[in-house]
Design a binder for this molecule. Structure first.
Ligand SMILES: [Zn+2]
Length: 215
């Protein structure tokens, strides 16, 4: 089991951990007693960075544990304490895209109550949020959404964390409804230079809203 400290301490970028397992081979992997690395999931890409002298290439969930795929496990042993260092600029880019996905869901649901966000994909350059169509005639007013997003960023709305981080963690943007989430987010919307909806497409009972972020 890995203690997932990124849930409770999402703005901590370095620390130490004990190696609990080493899986050598073509895809050398480290398991740790605790980690600040965000594993890929919930529409958000994995963190990158370093564990000791090794580069972290990918991070994934594995039941109760977190697998850290690294370039090399040479010199590492189980029981060893290692330094963890998250790539901050990569984290900020992903946290920005991820937070922007939430913001779009909040704004669209506020403006068009019959639409409900059902999934998101917040990879840099590929941002999109899918909404279920309660009312088949509903549509997303792109200009109005972009204008409201710009206002919310201008107001620097806070992104606050609520609940027990390991049981019922949720985040809230300003006064919008809370959202259950295990991802990483920016502290407030002012961190984002801009978020812009670039396309709205209706397809088989869903609406896909694509977006871009600049930081
Ligand atoms: Zn989130």
């Amino acid at each position: 089991m890995t203690r997932k400290l990124y849930l409770a301490e999402p703005h901590t970028y370095s620390g130490t951990a004990i190696i609990t397992a080493i899986i050598p081979g073509e895809r050398p992997t480290l398991c740790l007693d605790q980690t600040w690395f965000h594993p890929q999931g919930g529409g958000q890409k994995a963190d990158r960075g370093r564990i000791g002298a090794s580069s972290v290439l990918h991070v994934s969930h594995n039941a109760d544990s977190v697998d850290h795929l690294v370039d090399s496990v040479t010199g590492l042993k189980e029981g060893m304490t290692v330094a963890l260092d998250i790539d901050r600029s990569w984290r900020m880019l992903n946290a920005s895209y991820h937070t922007a996905g939430h913001l779009i869901a909040c704004v669209v649901e506020a403006l068009v109550p019959s639409l409900h966000a059902v999934s998101g994909h917040q990879w840099p350059g590929e941002g999109r949020v899918e909404f279920s169509l309660g009312d088949q005639t509903a549509d997303v007013p792109m200009d109005e959404v972009n204008s409201r997003i710009a206002q919310d960023i201008q107001c620097d709305l806070p992104v606050s964390l609520h609940g027990d981080p390991y049981r019922d963690r949720c985040i809230r943007i300003g006064d919008y409804p809370p959202i259950a989430c295990g991802g990483t987010h920016v502290r407030s919307l002012g961190t984002l230079a801009s978020v812009r909806v670039t396309a709205v497409k209706k397809k088989s009972g869903q609406i896909r809203v694509s977006y871009e972020v600049s930081t």
